[in-house]
Design a protein around this ligand. Sequence first.
Ligand code: ADP
Length: 256
Amino acid sequence: AVERSARAARLESLGQLAGGVAHDFNNLLAIILNYADFLADEVTGDGAADLSRIRDAADRARVLTEQLLLFAKREPTQVEVVDLNEAVKRSGELLTRTIGADVRLVCRPCGAAVPVYANRGRLDQILLNLVINARDAMPDGGVVVVETGLTEIRGVSAVPLPPGRYARLTVSDTGTGMSAEVRDRLFEPFFTTKPADRGTGLGLSTVYGIVGDAGGHISVDSVPGVGTTFRILLPYAAGRAVGTGHRPVQAGPGGD
Ligand code: ADP
């Protein structure tokens, strides 16, 4: 438990540091983009092509800093009762298109509603990040399985969550898996093993922040050469109708 909280504290301070830098950076990027726009009206020929390269690079940097701000800021978002299975189904088409023909997306069970306290948009973001990582880990194709269910946390548990009932979302792949070194660092902002034009190292730190804000927990199981499973627990909204009740971000999941 000590090790876990030291790790959480390290991620927290990294997030604050990165958030401060990202904020200042975003302001500077806005200036660069503004002046690039002014110039675009005046410059022609080769200059215009160069200028558009500057603009594209600054635009990419802006997307990056925005992602980083999302991880660092912990802005309270609207948390409501959403159906986890609905979210998986709704994202299914986009996810299938994103991951291409080599990868199969299996959603199960997709029947009854699994109400959780979460933010709809951020739930989509979690799914997208995890599925894109799964695809990247399977250069020769494979299977991604997205699964939902319920998990009971009792008094003594390896998971640092209050006892109660949680909704479970797992995303598994049959990809490369990862070494213990990578597993230890994968939630750190900017930690990536991908080439610079592919990875930002912000996907999982963002997911980590979103899950923590929702009062949930994320863990990973990975075997090199076999595959990886990410498991997310979110507070289960027992008996609540989807789209109704609101819950303060900081509150515990409740025991009902
Ligand atoms: P990025 O995808 O931009 O590298 P992430 O924070 O999403 O950033 O992931 C960090 C690193 O964690 C990846 O570079 C990769 O090494 C590792 N990783 C994440 N998901 C998986 C996965 N499903 N299988 C194997 N490695 C993974």
